[in-house]
Design a protein around this ligand. Structure first.
Ligand code: PHE
Length: 504
């Protein structure tokens, strides 16, 4: 790559966003909001259970590699597109597409449209799961006296009840819409600046608690001592797919948040901080969960039911179980809340920037539509399964692929390098590495993941050990069974199995 433009040039060419769109007041606020988006059910519910199923240490190592090789370059790409494009995902890409390039424009419209649809669809079922967590908080606090805390019954009672699921989904959507209607600074930034530090503090307290009650040593060994004999191709694919979901990539959340950034000076540093904190929180959540599971003498492979079935059973037997249980599910709700806000923000920003809707109208109208669609997921496991599969298996990776191609091949050099300026020689090296990765490596890996999920690579990649080939539903039903019950394919559908099974 030729010499990048200097600082002054960058400032000159930076498209400054319309100030009436709002912006994050401080860099800390931005980081907390982006971490809030990244840290969600993916970290506290999904990461521990897939790690449990794929055997611990070796999977964690591969996952860390995926975050570094695919996650971080794409994170930079999304943030810089947002910051330079100064608009919602569709508008930002259109603004940055090379003038006169029909392909660039087409890619902007297709990617933007799909991203907005992803935000809409993901939020509709994400909110249902978050609603279940709200129910657990209420049960732990004794606000819902009928439910028996700790029994499978609590989960079945809520996920199997159309009315309860719908009520909690409604409460959660109202919480989400209220924040988004408040705007970037007064709504999202303010919420995340409080929630994220509280969430981390709660995790530290829980870690100390399990350190005291036992199981932490075993949990750490499980998470950090790799046993490569347990590593399968399926595990690697799962790790790669999860890297997207957990960092909120592939659907414009980071593009949208990046568009409210005041300067690109912090993009690299912030991107690293976001990925680091997201990973740290996933590992801490995993450490707490497995410590509880191990101290009860159970095996870690409970599957998707780990959070909602296995843990509550153990909470009742623990000292201060009610407090731990309330704290834990409150943590899940907080994590999901700040993620849900970013999902809705992608949709709202699109209607505000492209269609000039006032923010409050856009929030309540489109949030209301998400709510209505969510009722279908709350009432039918099939709808839930379908939306979960289509979005996390196909739409996010496809969105990631499109964004990588756009960033690598369509963005102007000035836009591409703008976040590296100011880092001297290191910046130059990073710039080179980023460009090679985003142009070739990231697209290649994403295509492999997508093809593997369609089954197209079954002949090429098939070395899943036979004992891992059972359907995910088995492991959910048994809750704490010691059997590993999942093939690589079913990682995402595990949740589906769960809801499909129980929500009918
Ligand atoms: N990253 C969130 C999680 O880990 C989920 C999410 C995906 C949020 C995409 C926004 C966009 O739960």
């Amino acid at each position: 790559m030729s010499d990048g433009p200097n600082q002054t040039e960058i400032v000159d060419v930076a498209r400054t966003a319309d100030p009436s769109r709002g912006s994050f007041a401080t860099n800390f606020g931005f980081i907390m909001a982006a971490v809030g988006s990244a840290v969600g059910l993916g970290n506290i519910w999904k990461f521990p259970y897939i790690t449990g199923e794929y055997g611990g240490g070796a999977f964690v190592l591969v996952y860390l590699g995926c975050i570094a090789v695919v996650g971080m370059p794409l994170m930079y790409a999304e943030l810089i597109i947002g910051r330079r494009g100064g608009s919602d995902i569709l508008g930002a890409m259109r603004n940055l597409a090379p003038p006169g390039s029909a392909a660039g424009r087409l890619l902007s419209y297709l990617t933007g449209g799909m991203a907005v649809a992803s935000g809409f669809l993901i939020l509709s079922f994400y909110s249902v799961v978050a609603g279940w967590a709200l129910h657990f908080v209420a049960v732990s606090l004794g606000v819902m006296p009928d439910a028996t805390l700790g029994a499978d019954g609590t989960f079945k009672a809520v996920s199997g009840s159309k009315s309860l699921s719908t009520i909690w989904h409604t409460v959660f959507m109202i919480l989400t819409m209220t924040v988004v209607a408040g705007g970037i600074h007064r709504g999202i930034e303010r919420l995340c600046k409080i929630l994220m530090p509280v969430l981390m503090l709660m995790l530290v307290v829980l870690l100390c608690y399990v350190g005291y009650t036992g199981g932490l040593g075993q949990s750490m060994t499980f998470l950090f001592e790799p046993d490569f004999s347990k590593l399968t191709t399926a595990a690697v694919l799962e790790a790669l797919g999860h890297a997207f979901f957990t960092l909120s990539l592939g659907m414009g959340a980071m593009v949208t948040y990046g568009s409210y950034l005041k300067s690109e000076q912090h993009v690299i540093r912030d991107g690293v901080a976001i990925a680091f904190l997201d990973t740290l929180i996933a590992l801490m959540a995993g450490a707490v969960l497995f410590a509880i599971v191990f101290s009860a003498g159970l095996e870690p492979e409970a599957g998707p039911g780990l959070l909602f079935i296995t843990l509550p059973k153990l909470f009742v037997e623990m000292p201060f179980g009610v407090i731990v249980s309330t704290g834990f599910f409150l943590l899940v709700v907080f994590a999901a809340w700040s993620s849900a806000v970013s999902l809705l923000e992608v949709v709202v920003a699109y209607f505000v920037d492209e269609w000039k809707f006032p923010r409050t109208h856009a929030t309540w109208i489109f949030g209301g539509l998400v709510w209505a669609l969510g009722i279908a997921s709350a009432c039918s496991g099939d709808v839930f399964d379908f939306l979960d599969n289509v979005t996390t298996r196909y739409m996010l990776p496809l969105g990631g692929l499109a964004i990588a191609i756009f960033a690598g091949w369509f963005l102007s050099e000035k836009d591409q390098v703008s976040g590296f300026v100011g880092y001297g020689k290191i910046g130059k090296v990073l710039e080179f590495l980023w460009l090679v990765t985003i142009r070739y490596i990231t697209p290649f890996l994403i295509v492999v993941v997508i093809l593997s999920k369609t089954g197209a690579l079954d002949g090429v990649l098939k070395e899943t050990p036979p004992e891992q080939a059972e359907p995910a539903v088995e492991s959910v039903e048994s809750g704490e069974s010691g059997e590993s019950g999942e093939s690589g394919e079913s990682g995402e559908s595990g949740e589906s199995g769960e809801s499909g099974e129980l929500a009918d």
